[in-house]
Design a protein around this ligand. Structure first.
Ligand code: CP
Ligand code: NVA
Length: 308
């Protein structure tokens, strides 16, 4: 059974194959070529947090693949009233062909996979956001023609995005640098992953300008993630200066891309001028959620893989 619980569970080969399939599915969709690889399959989509891109791209993607998406808000499910995830997994496995879940605890996603008997796809937890990073890698390849040898730089919070970006970048031969304030670094085991697989091309510093030097891709995300709303004020103070702006972009390589998973807070983690200058890349990245996730859905749920 193939799941996408976190990106570190997938080998480099699995990641690259998925990116290749995503490119193929994007081509097929743009050229009106039928690609109903999930005919008759139903995907349950559990949301315990808000979403624009993840919900719409999974729902549309499943429809384009000939399957049926079922939106399940935790406000309506019994899980929201305390039914154990272990029971939810065993019940839903009898109705559905796959589950996409967005929630808080990574352990909830892992429990769904352990107790259920259908593929589970992580649509964001506090720990990681693997679907976003597959779309990000796809976008970088589209604009730069390669991944290997490029330098990715992340500015901001050592959060779910940064955790998955470290894994995605280092697994595909990119080097990775980041600037985070003290106290907002990624968890220790992600730092260990960076040291182990970074091959000397992994560094986390506190100075944004130092991190951004010679970057080919600059990435940022909000200072306060979903579930951290009460820390907003403290975080605004802690992240002052951790902004993607013209001064920071001046030390990057020529033709440096800027990516943002969105939603963006202009004037906080990114200035409006840098955002608009790179809007073409950022919105292609958003569109690629659709294509990358369709590839994930096919990889995890299709009876027969398309030839590519
Ligand atoms: N980037 C992302 O996951 O967006 P949503 O929160 O809108 O799904
Ligand atoms: N770090 C952000 C990502 C949103 C896509 C959050 O978890 O809210």
């Amino acid at each position: 059974m193939k799941h996408l619980l976190k990106l570190e569970d997938w080998s480099t080969e699995e990641i690259i194959n998925t990116l290749n399939l995503a490119d193929q599915l994007k081509y097929e969709q743009k050229h009106g070529i039928e690609h109903k690889y999930l005919k008759g399959k139903t995907l349950g989509m559990i949301f315990e947090k808000s979403s624009t891109r993840t919900r719409v791209s999974f729902e549309v993607g499943m429809t384009q693949l000939g399957g049926y998406p079922l939106f399940l808000s935790s406000n309506d499910l019994q899980i929201g009233r305390g039914e154990p995830v272990e029971d939810t997994a065993r019940v839903l496995s009898r109705f559905l062909d796959g589950i996409m879940i967005r929630t808080f605890e990574q352990s909830e996603v892992e429990a769904l996979a352990e107790y259920g008997s259908i593929p589970i796809i992580n649509g964001l937890t506090d720990y990681c956001h693997p679907c976003q990073v597959l779309a990000d890698l796809m976008t970088i390849r589209e604009f730069k023609g390669k991944l290997e040898g490029l330098k990715m730089c992340f500015i901001g919070d050592g959060n779910n995005m940064m955790n998955s970006l470290i894994v995605g970048a280092l697994s595909t031969g990119m080097s990775f640098s980041a600037a985070c304030p003290e106290g907002y670094m990624p968890p220790e085991h992600i730092l260990e992953f960076g040291k182990k697989y970074g091959n000397g091309k992994f560094e986390i510093v506190t100075d944004p300008i130092e991190a951004a030097k010679n970057a080919d891709v600059v990435y940022t995300d909000v200072w306060a993630s979903m579930g951290q709303e009460e820390e907003k004020k403290i975080r605004e103070a802690a992240f002052e200066g951790y902004q993607v702006n013209k001064e920071l972009m001046a030390v990057t390589n020529d033709e440096c891309m800027v990516l943002h998973c969105l939603p963006a807070h202009r004037g906080e983690e990114i200035t409006a001028d840098v955002f608009e200058e790179h809007a073409n890349e950022i919105f292609e990245e958003a569109e690629n959620r659709l294509h990358a996730q369709k590839a994930v859905l096919v990889e995890c749920m299709a009876d027969k893989k398309p030839e590519h």
